[in-house]
Structure formats: C-alpha cells, structure tokens
Design a protein. Structure first.
Length: 394
C-alpha cells in the first residue's frame, strides 16, 4: 500500500541537531553538540523521595487522567515564582516547552502567515512553526538582540515575533534592558504579538537578566517556561503564560494533542519544588555551568587562533548553556564537521539556526556536559582542525 502524506507532513524536517548527535555516538567523542543539561545536576534523591510520597499520599489521582490545564497547585507555584503578576488561570502546563511552541503555531499560524524571528534563532521553534506553512522572516540584530526599528518595520501583517531574550539558543546572547524596552515599545506601537521563550533564564552566572518582555507588556506577550533546565528534561514539563484572550484556544489545542501532560510527573515536580528547594538547587547549577563556561573560554584563548582572517571569534555568554563561535574567513562549519568528528570532537553547525541567509562560518558549542579536562582536549582538537583548514584554504 502507498500512503499519501499531507502537505503538513511534507513540511516536517528532521532535527539537524538530533542527526548530528548520531555522529557523536562513536566511543571517545567529546561532544559540544547536544543542548542537554548536565545529568550531574539532576536531583535524583529528591525525586525518589517525592515519588514515594506522591504515590503513598494520593497514588490513584496521580495515576489517573487529569485536567488539561495542569495540576492546580503546580500552576499556582509557577505563577507565584514569576517576576510579574500572573494568575494561575493564565498558566497552561505543557509536555515540555516544545509543546508550547507547537500549540502556539497551531493557534496563531495559517498557511502563508508571516512570522518574525531573530537572526539566528532556535531550531526547535522553526521546526514547530514549519508544518503550519508560514513565511518566516528573520529580523536583523546585534549582540543585544533584534533591532527594534527593524522589528517595527517588519511588524505590519506579521502574526507574532518569536524571541529568546535570555542566554539565547544558539548564541548565548542576552537582550539588555534598553533593548527589551525598545522591542516592547515597537511591538506595542505596531500591534505585534510577542512570543517570549525563556528556558534558560534562571541559569545566570553573575547577575540576573533584566525583567522579561512579558513583565513589560503582559497582554501582548505569550511566555514560555520550562522545568527541564532547573529540574530534569525527562519530566517533559513546561508551561505557557497566556493572556486571557488566547488561553482558551491554547487549551483546546492542548486537549486535542494529548489531553493533559503526565499527572504523576506534575505532582512529583510540585513535591520536589516545595519550600526553598529551587533556591538551594539552582545556584548549584549556576556555579557548575559558570565553571564550565570559564573552562571553555580559557581553552579557546589557549588553543584557538583568534583575530584577523586566519582567526576565529567567539562570545562570552552571561548564562545558559551555549557559546557561539565564528570560524576564520572562507571556512564552512558544516563542511568542517566530519574532520572534527574524526579528531574526536563534535559541535552543531550554525547554518540550521538561520531562517534567512545563513552564516556558514558559525557554530554552536555547548559547555555544560563536558568536564573541564574534556573541554580543554576537545577545544584543542577543534583548533587543530581549524588551523589545518586555514592552511588548506584557497
């Protein structure tokens, strides 16, 4: 039998990152490719204790079907933790924040709708939006984020702008307070909706990031959060904070997708998060990731050629999990990857993160799952590959 695929299925594409991760399965490969939190940060004992308590106290309810909106006490807890007034009734629990992107795409995008994104942007968002058939327009920007004037110029007729203000995936950059103000003012002037994705906001190293866009413009912003980076990604728990006008439709899309996110996971997460647990746990994650970022910056300074046509450039993220590197003139990060993997190191080429014309010289490095020793070894190997490519450059 021959199955006929829908046009939507034809628009689906595999994750470039997931495909690259297959290359890293060979023994001994040091991978800077995956956007995976460090398993050393997972609070396994706290989860073991919480699972026992939830099943002992209310096991039948934890294992039963539940409300599509999510576990009420968890919604209340998440609303209370946000840095602007949010009602629990605005919080929709999702199966990972990736599902939040999928629901938003279903509710807000028609075939041919124009959607604005940063340059570059999160690959997972492009994947979520793509099956709905939008026209995705990249908005130019700089190290402080998207240019507010360019955003305003592109806004007329656009359904929304998708933005990652904190420690962006893939670049690790942070939108400063002045840029956030300019962006929200531009959106307010033009009536542009904002989708603010914030999975990394609590992973700051020295000082917290500025207030969220949603705090500056709550009725015009959909906010996505995640428990993957502060607890564990295997929970598959995220959330959307939605204005009242959008919440019912997002809820209906959620009901059609999976009825509800896992009841047991929600109750266990709520139990783990009681008291001051996160106030004690998250600083440990920050300290670990900061040390690993510092190790990668030190290794790059020690091994990687820098400056001029023959050198690379890289940034210094203030939080999160990623660092953005630009190769010397004439090099292509995708073409260079097989040589790097042959040397025992992997990364993600940056081209997949661009909605418009891609910068083939860019690549993403994740620093959170490798030890400082592995980081030094891996960066030294990558630097050797870069030097050889520069020497062979036409």
């Amino acid at each position: 039998m021959t199955w006929t695929l829908s046009q939507r299925a034809d628009a689906m594409n595999p994750s470039v990152i997931r495909e690259i991760l297959k290359l890293t399965e060979r023994p001994g490969t040091i991978s800077f490719a995956g956007g995976l939190p460090s398993p050393l940060t997972f609070p396994v004992p706290a989860f073991a204790e919480a699972c026992q308590k939830v099943l002992a106290d209310d096991g039948p309810a934890a294992l039963q079907y539940a409300a599509s909106e999510g576990f009420g006490p968890l919604r209340e807890l998440l609303a209370a933790r946000l840095p602007w007034p949010v009602k629990p009734s605005q919080v929709l629990i999702t199966t990972g924040s990736q599902q939040g992107l999928d629901l938003i795409a279903k509710v807000l995008i028609d075939t041919g709708s124009r959607v604005l994104v940063e340059t570059p942007t999160y690959l997972g968002a492009l994947q979520a939006f793509s099956p709905m058939g939008p026209t995705v327009q990249a908005v130019p920007g700089d190290d402080a984020g998207p240019d507010a004037d360019a955003l305003a110029a592109a806004a007329p007729g656009a359904r929304f702008a998708y933005l990652l203000p904190n420690f962006q995936n893939p670049t690790g950059r942070t939108m400063d307070a002045a840029r956030r103000q300019a962006v929200t003012e531009a959106a307010e002037r033009t009536g542009l909706g904002l989708v603010e994705d914030n999975p990394y906001g609590e992973l700051w190293f020295d000082t917290p990031p500025p207030a969220p866009l949603a705090a500056l413009r709550p009725e015009g912003t959909l906010y996505l959060g995640s428990l993957s980076k502060v607890l564990a990604p295997g929970l598959r728990l995220g959330f959307v904070v939605a204005p009242g006008a959008l919440y019912p439709k997002l809820l209906q899309a959620k009901q059609a997708a999976d009825l509800h996110s896992p009841s047991l996971n929600q109750r266990v997460a709520f139990e783990v998060m009681q008291g001051d647990f996160l106030d004690r746990h998250v600083p440990m994650i920050r300290a670990r990731y900061k040390a690993q970022r510092d190790a990668m910056l030190a290794a790059l300074a020690r091994h990687m050629p820098a400056g001029g046509d023959n050198g690379a450039e890289w940034n210094r993220p203030d939080g999160g999990m990623f660092l953005w590197l630009r190769l010397p003139r004439g090099l292509d990060a995708t073409a260079l990857l097989p040589a790097a993997v042959a040397r025992g190191v992997a990364y993600v080429p940056g081209a997949a993160f661009f909605a418009g014309e891609a910068d083939a010289r860019c690549l993403r490095l994740s620093f959170v799952t490798a030890t400082p020793e592995q980081i030094d070894t891996g960066i030294a190997a990558l630097a050797a590959v870069v030097r050889e490519a520069v020497e062979q450059r036409p």
